[in-house]
Ligand binder design. Structure first.
Ligand SMILES: [Zn+2]
Length: 124
């Protein structure tokens, strides 16, 4: 399942970062998901909650930010936010808002990244 391996990867990155910073608890994690990453944010959240159960992130709040899709149209040269038809979440249709050209080159919105991690450390 796509979301499961993605959630697993996100959690690993979070825990690695937390360990490096000697955290004893992860408070909050902000994750950016591109609309073209073909990921269901609700499922990611759900899986992160389950996967983090036995880790220092077990009480962490997972916040998801969706990133709009940006394209570069080879036909009219338009660059920016694209129109996206998400009727089928796993097969969204992207087209140029200026000339309706498709398919277009997607320059942003395909990735899933950890944007911010809030941790708590022992008082020194
Ligand atoms: Zn165009």
């Amino acid at each position: 399942m796509h979301e499961l391996s993605m959630a697993d990867g996100i959690l690993k990155a979070v825990l690695e970062n937390a360990e490096k910073n000697e955290a004893n608890e992860v408070i909050e994690v902000t994750i950016q998901i591109g609309k073209m990453a073909l990921i269901n944010p609700e499922q990611i959240k759900f899986m992160l909650d389950i996967l983090s159960e036995d880790t220092i992130a077990n009480k962490a709040k997972f916040l998801i930010e969706e990133i709009p899709v940006e394209i570069n149209c080879s036909k009219c040269g338009f660059e920016g936010k694209a129109d996206i038809d998400e009727t089928d979440h796993y097969n969204p249709i992207v087209e140029c808002p200026e000339c309706g050209n498709m398919p277009v080159a997607i320059i942003n919105g395909k990735d899933c990244t950890v944007k911010n991690i809030v941790i708590e450390k022992d008082d020194e």
